[in-house]
Write a protein that binds this ligand. Structure first.
Ligand code: PBG
Length: 334
């Protein structure tokens, strides 16, 4: 007990601060703002949008609706969006060559967004092969093994064409060893020194990515496969710090912990250890859980969504990738 305290109850009453809305606000340690939100968007190579059954309220956006969504994000002052392409199954191959096609869906979409909105909003692109590979893995595969070094050269190409298209932040989500440094060098050689790298540094082999894989159509490709030889085992936290340290040494501008709510301990350790811009991904399974419970009337959607987002801030996040971004931003602006 600090010596300035008069002593416990009845002198000390913890409820005094809680008694009024103004006073709860006055002592607030952590707060949530629109500037904390990053909105992941799925894009389709057709006019019309499609809904995603396992992500109620989230759509694969067609060519018309993507610009509307970005316009809405700009209106809400969401700082950045993350674009995920739904690749036509006929374009998926063993070597994921569509990933390096400068005219692929994600590149065309980024060019279109940048043409219309310029620097009003930041655009983030994932670097990984899973949207493009017939096996649904993030890397190249030989004899059932995910190849590390061979994959990196494809990832570098993928990063370059996305940066060429106007992408502001390259976000490698593949978890290959050493890719951040090589991608940084590749970007710099092409004159993209200004393009940021947000590393999915502590990304776990999680069951919570299911609805995302439905959304981008990679669930069927992956089948019974898993990503445990490259994504981290959920038992590890020291290893997350090691991953983050390496990615920072290799030149990452910011790092990410993923998934979010089951890994708040990891998020807190990363932020406290490195004090660098640290993001967290409230992944598709987390969205699905909250939405399903709210749809059933079991949880209050607004209360639980805002509480979950605030919890990320309290644990140390500088920003949150969340499918609730637009909805939460609209609530925060009321
Ligand atoms: C691709 C990627 C995944 C997510 C983001 N980028 C899926 C995966 O690694 O299998 C998951 C996002 C989510 O679940 O919302 N490498």
């Amino acid at each position: 007990m600090p010596d300035f305290a008069r002593g416990p109850f009845p002198s000390t009453r913890m409820r005094r601060h809680r008694a009024h809305a103004w006073s709860r606000r006055m002592v607030e340690e952590t707060s949530l703002a629109v500037s904390d939100l990053i909105w992941p968007l799925f894009v389709l190579d057709q006019q019309d949008s499609e809904s995603v059954p396992s992500l109620p309220g989230v759509s694969r956006l067609g060519t018309k609706d993507i610009l509307k969504a970005v316009e809405y994000a700009c209106e809400l002052e969401i700082p950045a969006i993350a674009i995920f392409p739904v690749t036509d199954p006929s374009l998926k191959t063993e070597d994921a060559q569509e990933a390096t096609n400068p005219d692929n869906l994600v590149c065309r979409t980024v060019r279109n967004i940048k043409q219309h909105f310029g620097d009003q909003i930041g655009v983030i692109c994932d670097v990984a092969l899973d949207p493009y590979s017939s096996h649904g893995q993030d890397g190249l595969v030989r004899d059932g093994v995910i190849l590390n070094d061979e994959t990196i050269s494809v990832l570098c190409q993928q990063a370059i064409i996305q940066a060429d298209s106007g992408c502001d932040i390259i976000a490698p989500s593949d978890m290959m060893d050493g890719r951040i440094g090589e991608i940084r060098d590749a970007l710099d050689e092409q004159g993209h020194e200004e393009v940021q790298i947000m590393s999915y540094a502590a990304k776990y082999a999680s069951g919570f990515y299911g609805p995302f894989r439905d959304a981008v159509g990679s669930a069927g490709n992956l089948g019974k496969g898993d990503k445990k030889t490259y994504q981290q085992c959920p038992s590890q936290t020291d290893e997350a710090l090691h991953e983050v340290a390496l990615d920072l040494l290799e030149g990452a501008d910011s790092v990410m912990v993923k998934p979010g709510m089951p890994y708040l301990d990891v998020l807190q350790r990363v932020k406290e250890t490195f004090r660098v811009p640290t993001f967290v991904y409230q992944v598709s399974g987390e969205y699905a859980m909250l939405s399903a419970a709210a749809e059933n009337g079991w949880l209050d959607r607004r209360a639980t969504v805002l509480e979950s987002l605030l919890a990320f801030k309290r644990a140390g996040a500088d920003g949150v990738l969340t499918y609730f971004a637009a909805e939460a931003a609209a609530w925060l602006k009321e």
